[in-house]
Design a protein around this ligand. Structure first.
Ligand code: PEP
Ligand code: CO
Length: 457
């Protein structure tokens, strides 16, 4: 029989990647405040997302999830939020148009602060300090003060998430996302070829809207023209914070983590008997589980059954982050197992985390060619096994950064230093993100990908 669950039952399990706070009283004080703060999202919204994701699990929609690797206090600016939102809207339009299916938009935003690190400590010139673990935990500067986990950061992260969500809600429901404004979403630094291709789609949408208007269908009477649905997500890493925002929903009487619509468990914390899986199994939100080359399909099946015992569609998204060179060896056996056992999951591709390298100039980067290659292989594997490649999970930004090499802008190793702004992993810029949307829209079009040769990718 399943053990009793409560928002703090994770505390009885082994937990990886959680910080140690110097003063428990200061931490508990901050958590007590957060427990009284208003929810950031409503349970009903998380239910709507689950229902959209249930369509994805049936192959009737596609999940587009993306945003920063790590949000930061320093980069908190309306332009950054707006540009990321804009590029996700543009990608969604490209995908909707290409694939003729609804796109479920989920940002890695408004709460994506805590980071698991490969090493707990960092040493520079013989000085050893705690690694940077995301702005909700400690600071990025290499000083003892900055690197000490500080509970005041929990409150700041909550406040920043609330303001970010406020703006995102205004953008998605206040008219900014109106399809009649599609031309205004263009970002002028998007590489010309893709910008032109996007303008062509925008022109065709204009024509459709003019036709619909002539038929009496317009943004006054059709909500879908005037607004869009946009959901938030982040890694449920810092369990103290997630626990403080886990509440019983008065409508359903069930537990929801109201820090975001969707939460995921990272590749480093997805142990079946660990604290993170324990936490997410008790909440009703849609849950992502990252899977990588070390994932064992039998253990994964147990995790899925533990988190989703009723096999509810839309509940679990498996976010596959294998790496372009490993996906062929690792993904097929996992897909075969989960499919043969009849589990309803969404298969999403994270082509970022398995393709990180150190460039010759010393930057952590990701070659766009490898990102493309993993996506192509992901689609090919699913089609060959008769399962549906239902989503994409990207680290991206609407800003014109130079963090990933390649793409139509041909960012070279030498260019990386120009605008390398990430607080953690390298992100796709707007131009590279839109290139990927065009690539995927080709794959999503009726089996067309089968005829695409890798030379074209
Ligand atoms: C992330 O999504 O930023 C991350 C740390 O990913 P993963 O758990 O897949 O390594
Ligand atoms: Co990352």
């Amino acid at each position: 029989m399943k053990e009793q669950w409560s928002p703090n039952s994770w505390r009885l399990k082994p937990a990886k990647h959680l910080p140690i706070y110097k003063d428990e009283d200061v931490l508990n004080n901050a958590l007590d405040k957060i427990k009284k703060f208003p929810p950031l999202v409503f349970a009903g919204e998380a239910r709507s997302l689950k229902s959209r994701l249930s369509d994805v699990s049936k192959g009737k929609a596609f999940l587009l999830q993306g945003g920063d690797c790590a949000e930061s206090f320093a980069d908190f600016h309306p332009d950054n939020i707006k540009n990321t939102f804009k590029v996700i809207l543009q990608m969604a339009v490209v995908l909707t148009f290409g694939a003729s299916c609804p796109i479920v938009k989920v940002g890695r935003i408004a709460g994506q602060f805590a980071k698991p690190r490969s090493s707990d400590k960092e040493t520079i010139n013989g000085v050893e300090l705690e690694s940077y673990k995301g702005d909700i935990i400690n600071g990025i500067n290499f000083t003892k003060v900055d690197r000490s986990p500080d509970p005041a950061r929990l409150i700041q992260a909550y406040n920043q998430s609330a303001s970010t969500l406020n703006l995102l809600r205004a953008f998605s429901q206040g008219g900014y996302a109106n399809l009649n404004k599609i031309h205004q979403w263009n970002l002028n630094f998007v590489e010309e070829e893709k910008a032109n291709k996007f303008s062509e789609i925008a022109d065709r949408i204009d024509e459709c809207l003019a036709f619909m208007k002539a038929c009496g269908i317009n943004d006054n009477n059709v909500r879908q023209i005037n607004e869009t649905e946009f959901f938030t997500s982040h890694e449920a890493l810092l369990l103290e914070y997630e626990e403080a925002l886990t509440r019983i929903d008065s409508t359903s009487g069930k537990w929801y983590d109201v820090s975001a619509h969707m939460l995921w468990v990272g590749d480093r914390t997805r142990q079946l008997d660990g604290a993170h899986i324990e936490f997410v199994r008790g909440i009703e939100n849609p849950i992502g589980i990252k899977i990588g080359p070390t994932t064992d399909e039998n253990e994964l099946l147990k995790i899925i059954d533990y988190v989703n015992p009723d096999n509810e569609g839309g509940k679990i998204t498996l976010i596959c982050r294998m790496g372009a060179d490993k996906i062929d060896n690792h993904l097929p056996k996992i897909v075969k197992k989960i499919k043969s056992e009849g589990r309803a999951v969404i298969w999403a591709c994270d082509p970022m985390h398995g393709n990180t390298i150190k460039s010759n100039t010393g930057y952590k980067t990701r070659p766009v060619s490898n990102i493309f290659s993993e996506i192509q292989k992901f689609f090919a594997i699913h089609r060959s096994l008769g399962s549906y490649p239902g989503g994409i999970h990207l680290e991206m930004t609407g800003s014109d950064v130079t963090e990933c090499m390649g793409g139509l802008q041909q960012i070279t190793d030498e260019d990386l230093k120009n605008r390398y702004h990430t607080f953690c992993d390298p992100r796709l810029n707007a131009s590279q993100s839109i290139e990927i949307a065009f690539l995927i829209s080709e794959y999503l079009k009726d089996d067309k990908f089968l005829s695409l040769k890798s030379s074209q990718i």
